[in-house]
Design a protein around this ligand. Structure first.
Ligand code: ADP
Length: 448
């Protein structure tokens, strides 16, 4: 087994990876920016290396600094967590060139899935159902008119290199097409330095259902059920649950099988997530993420497994321990993303944590790297913790979540904790009756 792994990340995910490494007897190396000198991941790792100033571009995204940190510490492998360099094919390639194992899929799989047009083409070839859309890139406005006519309004313009909902434009009718096409192109250029745009049918009331997959890189592959991530704001996930209250288990088994087959045929290595929109009992592929997702703990809860441990073992070349016939989900799990943000605008709320008390008891998991006196820096994502509950049934999980939210104390910064208490009180949510627009609609009703 690896003797030493470097974690190229910060916050709760760095800590989460360190936890598994410790349990496996693997030494850990934390990297940190000058703003994170006092961060928990630095305190918990066996060694740590400062890799630059606060700005991510000069620290957590600096490939040369991270490679140097690996060499100085003799790290054999790198776990990238999520975000930052986790889906950066050059990073994986350069690590390989230095004889350091990237814990994740191959460079070519990261590349293919990183371009959403290529990803769709690849998935279509494996009979994965996709959202109806343009045939590849929409090159110019004439092309946009032709595609929109074929697909039918409303349509959605999306950036091929996209992420985080950036560059996405809903086009309701032909008169808006030119303006929004040009806007989407310029946003994509600015954010991703790639202005390739494609078009999809805009689905009006779908759920976001994603399938966790795992492969050994040699053709063995499994799926680990779904996560319902329909509760979103600005195309960003807020709360996730499994199983989905809106899809029946038979449909999940069918789509899961299709996904596992695609992963097997690709010879995909490690953890991945195949994302779908689900409407009128049909699944439509939108993208594949080639990394561990923020919301992976709900899958771990219902399957009773440690996905990071599986990632590390497969990366080392140990035979995959997961097999489909032994994977049966148990109970219900829900995750709330606790962000340091001030409502109603969800503006970032960095600052000093004056008091932090984590909920406990049966079926509670709190993944967080904050502590009393910790200063939430203004430079990074506002996620400061994830509260995960697991219980025998959805109604018991809702009761457990409500109890845990009451127990959770975070003082000193504004957080999204109270938002979850309010969501839990809504009949639609209690009934599992929501789609990707429900939260935005409900939030805008609150402001009126
Ligand atoms: P990103 O990588 O930018 O997050 P995704 O393709 O994963 O983009 O989509 C993010 C979210 O945007 C989805 O969960 C969904 O809410 C919305 N979305 C994406 N494609 C469509 C579509 N064709 N119709 C309706 N909503 C969509």
């Amino acid at each position: 087994m690896f003797k030493k792994i470097l974690i190229a990340n910060r916050g709760e995910i760095a800590l989460r990876v360190i936890r598994t490494c410790k349990e496996m007897g693997i030494k850990t190396v934390a990297v940190y920016s000058q703003a994170d000198v006092n961060a928990m991941h630095v305190r918990m790792a066996d060694e740590s290396v400062c890799i630059g100033p606060a700005e991510s571009s000069k620290s957590y995204l600096s490939i040369p600094s991270i490679i140097s940190a690996c060499e100085i510490t003799g790290s054999e492998a790198v776990h990238p967590g999520y975000g930052f360099l986790s889906e950066n094919a050059s990073f994986a390639e350069i690590l390989g060139d230095h004889g350091i194992k990237f814990i994740g899929p191959s460079v070519s799989h990261i590349n293919t899935m990183g371009d959403k047009i290529n990803a769709k083409t690849q998935m279509e070839a494996f009979n994965v159902p996709c959202v109806p859309g343009s045939n590849g890139e929409v090159k110019d406005i004439d092309d946009a008119y032709i595609s929109a006519k074929k697909i039918g309004f409303p349509v959605l313009l999306k950036a091929a290199a996209g992420g985080g909902g950036i560059g996405m434009k809903i086009v309701q009718g032909i008169d808006q097409l030119e303006t929004l096409f040009l806007q989407a192109k310029s946003e994509a250029k600015k954010s991703f330095n790639d202005d390739t745009i494609y078009m999809e049918k805009y689905l009006e009331k779908p759920r976001h259902i994603e399938i966790q997959v795992f492969g050994d890189g040699k053709g063995k592959a499994v799926h680990l059920g779904e996560r319902d991530c329909s509760l979103q704001r600005r195309h960003q996930k807020v709360l996730e649950e499994t199983p989905s209250p809106g899809v029946n288990p038979r449909e999940i088994k069918n789509i899961g099988k299709i996904c596992a087959n695609a992963i097997s045929r690709m010879k995909y290595e490690g953890a991945g997530t195949i994302e779908f929109l689900y409407e009128n009992n049909e699944f439509f592929f939108i993208e594949m993420n080639t990394r561990l997702q923020v919301e992976h703990p709900i899958t771990e809860a219902v399957f009773g497994i440690d996905l990071v441990k599986e990632q590390i073992c497969v990366a080392y070349g140990i035979d995959m321990s997961l097999s489909q016939e032994h994977l049966e989900p148990k109970g219900h799990a829900i995750e709330c993303r606790i962000n340091a943000e001030k409502l109603p605008n969800f503006s970032p709320s960095p600052g000093n944590i004056k008091e932090f008390h984590s909920p406990g008891g049966i079926g509670i998991r709190m993944d967080s790297a904050i502590y009393n006196g910790f200063r939430v820096p203004p430079y990074y994502d506002s996620l400061i913790g994830k509260l995960i509950v697991h219980a025998d049934s959805r109604s018991m999980a809702l009761g457990r979540l409500s109890r845990a939210l009451d127990e959770l104390i975070i003082d000193g910064v504004y957080t999204t904790v109270d938002l979850f208490k309010d969501i839990l009180d809504q009949a639609d949510f209690k009934n599992g009756d929501y789609n990707i627009h429900w939260l935005e609609q409900w939030l805008s009703d609150q402001v009126k």
